[in-house]
Design a protein around this ligand. Structure first.
Ligand code: ARG
Ligand code: ZN
Length: 892
């Protein structure tokens, strides 16, 4: 958007469109250099708003002609708008012809080519790069799309809805015509044309309707689509069972593309996926990839109702569809996990991701509420806050009204709003109205502060036991830190799921003062609702001093300070019936020690009590291997940094590394035992049981190789190398390879060379090869030097987002110790790459720019060097809106 001026868009300025577009007929003559687009629309004035000219959005287009009711009309072009002053009062037909240049479209927004095929990405504002339109989500039209292209090069021609006509044309061209009966906003439009093949599956759903499911990929990738297809079928079944939401299309298509800015896109009936979120085989994808694919396939499918049938009125409401759909895909993954322990593992992983990505976002320059108030570039707001915190907000509705109450609320939401473009308020109202008198409905206005207030609330909890009265008084206090533009915050509604444990681990009954004997007398878990700045809750008939287990299952997205010491945390780690809080205790034990070392500047020395507790977890006869792997993993450096007011990334890293080395050496025999006893011998399956064992085996191997490398012993590195060579699946292979690379073992280089040679034809695996080296544990600047070297590798390119992310983002986002260098070379590299990427793909550049979000919290010399690098980027004329908004906010 370089020609125009950047304007700040405000939520408060929303006005309904002056015109509606009811139907649109699009004809494409597809050509990579110059594609002709002919559009014929039926328009109608919106009687509810004052008259005004017709203003259509259009970017990077070449306009050929404009007709109204078949006659040419005068028009103006201003910036990115096509303005027609004289339009009829009654309904009219608008015809527009324009061209665009798909092969020059490196931004991958609008219509572009990838691997010789055509693809589109229209969310949020890509449709205006295809043709002139009212490119806003509250304008919903019925689309008919005709595609014409060379038949040999583009045998497959797809768009939304149902195929209504095919024909062979002259000059080796052919035609396909699609009709989508559902009115939709332009951001859900899609087309695909290319040489693709499909895996197909016919299914009959509960209502007795038949559907065709298709997964389209390039020749040769077909055998990697089985998992995606299975995930899609499971998603269809789940949504019908859990929310009574059926598949509403005869044909549902999913397409993979290797150049894509994000994970995937929910275009109506024609989801388009980054191949990294779609393709998997045991030989090329890890357990984590299988898991991610299942959840993204589900996510996009679930959007068919939450996003497509009911969409957003404007982009400020993005979390209406994204937060809700993330919540739905998280619930789906938990339900697929089957066992209680595997469910808990899902929840732990989701919370870990939230804390590593969203909490730092909420504490930095880009902090914004779940429903933001303003933006310059909407693409910058597809964030962890809108998605993951948004999902936590939806989860809190469910916690407050119960699972059945939430299902009722969803039903009411669709009853009221099917076919409409609505707001987060409409959603809140539906859930509340379906649950009159509930803990939500009685506090709805206060609850909605979750949408308007940015920042992660701090929850302080202190208990006082009165042995004589046998009461336990729990005092809860909340504060939310100031964020840019929001100095003062009001109390939020925080559901606190809790239990009380006796010191021997027994769960105690939870009766509050004033309740009669029957109610609550036997409950051992309940939800308290904090809606004031401070509130006390008095539990009665408490026979001994309890250990409170608060915020079970992470019942609210807050930072909890419960003041518990080691002794209490050990009670929770050993006995809590809530697996999430057991894990949380393991993390708190580690975090307290790491933060202690960082704050005092003393070298970290792990004490026997902690090491024994970890040994007990590792050796535990009943705990799940997947759970053990998570509990024994140290907290993310990003999460640790977020707890500090002033961050020295090298000090954080040194403490984590020291903890890791000591865990590796003190538990050496236990790691060897875990490694030997958790081997998977059955054929590969990505299920939770097998993947849990592999996770523990890989963690154990990493510890064993680390310890051996430090002590100069060659046995474990040798075993890791052998395992790397003999592996029959990618999870084992990557596990062994990363153990070698992260320990900087001597065998690492030859393993890396071998890996590259073996997988040189597999782009997604080569991405892993780059990513592993970009994330490799830093020592003596070797990782940073290697990344700079790899930038010149013949396989490296900035043009493919996956490849750019695999190397550059791995370093800048996931490898703080390699990135934050006292000589500022990391920041210089960052600025260079942001500018280089911005010339190619602003969305990807904008994402990389965000690495500096929390630069003001850095200690010197990092802080000054970071400011200088950001200022250098900001000084560049001609920046995209994406990058400019990020760096300007950072410097504000
Ligand atoms: N709606 C898509 C999804 O969540 C993501 C689209 C992202 N668009 C963007 N401009 N960043 O599945
Ligand atoms: Zn989504």
């Amino acid at each position: 958007m370089r020609e125009g001026t950047a304007t700040l868009i405000r939520r408060a300025d929303y006005v309904a469109p002056i015109f509606w577009i009811r139907t649109v007929d699009l004809c494409f003559d597809l050509d990579p250099a110059k594609t002709l687009v002919a559009s014929k629309m039926r328009l109608e004035r919106n009687a509810a708003v004052p008259h005004g000219p017709l203003r259509l959005h259009g970017e990077e287009l070449n306009l050929l002609r404009v007709l109204i009711d078949g006659e040419s009309v005068s028009f103006r072009q201003e910036g990115h708008e096509l303005i027609i002053d004289n339009v009829p009062d009654a309904d009219f037909t608008l015809e527009i012809r324009n061209t665009c240049a798909p092969e020059k479209n490196t931004a991958l927004s609008g219509l572009y080519t990838s691997g010789g095929s055509f693809f589109t990405q229209c969310e949020a504002e890509g449709f205006r790069r295809i043709t002139y339109f009212l490119d806003r989500p509250d304008v919903m039209a019925v689309y008919t799309v005709t595609l014409r292209a060379d038949k040999a090069r583009y045998p497959v021609l797809l768009s939304n809805g149902n195929l209504v006509e095919t024909a062979t044309l002259d000059n080796g061209r052919h035609l396909a015509k699609w009709h989508d009966p559902f009115p939709k906003p332009s951001y859900l439009f899609a087309l695909v044309a290319g040489d693709l093949v499909a895996r197909e599956q016919r299914i009959r759903t509960r209502g007795g309707k038949d559907h065709l499911l298709q997964v389209y990929v390039r020749q040769g990738d077909l055998e990697k689509t089985e998992h995606a297809m299975n995930s899609l079928i499971a998603s269809v079944v789940w949504d019908e069972a859990r929310f009574k939401l059926p598949l509403d299309l005869e044909r549902f298509m999913v397409v993979g593309v290797s150049d894509f800015n994000m994970g995937a896109m929910e275009n109506k009936g024609l989801n388009i996926f980054n191949t990294s979120a779609l393709l998997a085989s045991p030989a090329t994808a890890t357990d984590a990839d299988f898991h991610r694919i299942e959840s993204i396939v589900a996510h996009e499918y679930f959007h068919n109702w939450t996003g497509n049938r009911v969409t957003c009125r404007d982009w400020f409401q993005l979390s209406l569809k994204e937060g809700l759909t993330v919540f739905r895909d998280q619930e789906f993954s938990q339900d697929m996990a089957a066992t209680p322990s595997a469910r808990a593992v899902c929840r732990i992983e989701d919370v870990r991701a939230l804390r590593a990505r969203q909490f730092p976002e909420d504490a930095g320059a880009m902090a914004h509420s779940v429903r933001p108030d303003e933006y310059v570039e909407i693409n910058n707001f597809y964030t962890a806050t809108v998605y993951e915190k948004g999902s936590e907000v939806v989860r809190m509705y469910q916690t407050l009204v119960g699972r059945d109450g939430f299902a009722k609320g969803m039903a009411l939401y669709f009853e009221r709003h099917d076919g409409q473009a609505v707001t987060c308020d409409d959603f809140a109202q539906a859930i509340a109205d379906a649950n009159p008198g509930s803990a939500l409905s009685t506090r709805l206005d206060a609850f909605k502060r979750w949408y308007s207030q940015a920042g992660t609330p701090r929850l302080r909890a202190r208990g006082a036991y009165d042995a004589a009265a046998q009461t336990f008084t729990l005092t809860l206090k909340q504060t939310t830190p100031a964020t840019p533009g929001q100095d003062r915050k009001l109390p939020q509604v925080i559901p606190v799921a809790l239990g009380l444990l006796a010191r021997d681990g027994q769960a105690l009954p939870l009766m509050l003062q004033g309740e009669d004997g029957a109610a609550g007398a036997t409950e051992t878990e309940r939800v308290l609702v904090l809606d004031q700045a401070e509130q006390s809750f008095v539990f009665v008939n408490v026979p001994s001093e309890p250990v409170p287990s608060l915020l079970r299952g992470f019942s609210a997205p807050v930072v909890l300070d419960d003041g518990l010491g080691d002794a209490e945390l050990l009670v929770l780690l050993t006995h809590d019936s809530d697996a999430f809080n057991r894990w949380e205790a393991s993390q708190r034990l580690a975090l307290n020690r790491i933060l202690g070392a960082v704050r005092t500047g003393q070298p970290l020395v792990l004490d026997a009590a902690y090491l024994e507790a970890m040994r007990a977890v590792l050796r535990h006869p009943e705990l799940d291997p997947a759970f053990k792997a998570l509990a024994l993993q140290l907290p993310d450096e990003a999460y640790i940094a977020e707890q500090l007011d002033v961050v020295d990334p090298q000090a954080v890293h040194a403490a984590v590394e020291a903890a890791q080395t000591q865990l590796a050496s003190a538990l050496q025999a236990d790691w060897a035992w875990a490694y030997d006893t958790h081997q998977v011998t059955a054929g590969y399956s990505p299920d939770p049981v097998q993947s849990g064992k592999r996770a523990l085996v890989n963690l154990s191997l990493a510890m064993l190789v680390l310890n051996a490398t430090r002590s100069g012993d060659g046995v474990w590195p040798g075993r890791a190398y052998q395992r790397f060579k003999d592996a029959t699946n990618m999870t084992d292979r990557m596990g062994a390879l990363s153990a070698l690379v992260n320990a900087q073992a001597e065998l690492a280089d030859s393993a890396l060379a071998r890996f590259h040679a073996q997988f040189k034809g597999e782009a997604l695996v080569i991405d892993k090869w780059f990513a592993l080296q970009g994330r490799a544990a830093e020592r003596d600047g070797k990782t940073f030097a290697r990344v700079k070297q790899l930038m010149k590798h013949p396989d490296f390119t900035l043009k493919n987002p996956n490849r750019a992310r695999s190397l550059i983002f791995s370093l800048a986002m996931f490898n703080p110790a390699a990135f934050h260098r006292a000589d500022a070379a990391g920041y210089v590299f960052w600025a260079d790459q942001v500018l280089a990427l911005d010339a190619i793909n602003p969305q990807v550049a904008g994402r990389l720019a965000r690495v500096m979000d929390r630069w003001t919290a850095l200690a010197e010399p990092y802080r000054s060097a970071a400011r200088e690098a950001i200022a250098r980027v900001a000084a560049k004329p001609d920046l995209s809106n994406d990058v400019r908004e990020i760096v300007q906010r950072a410097l504000a």
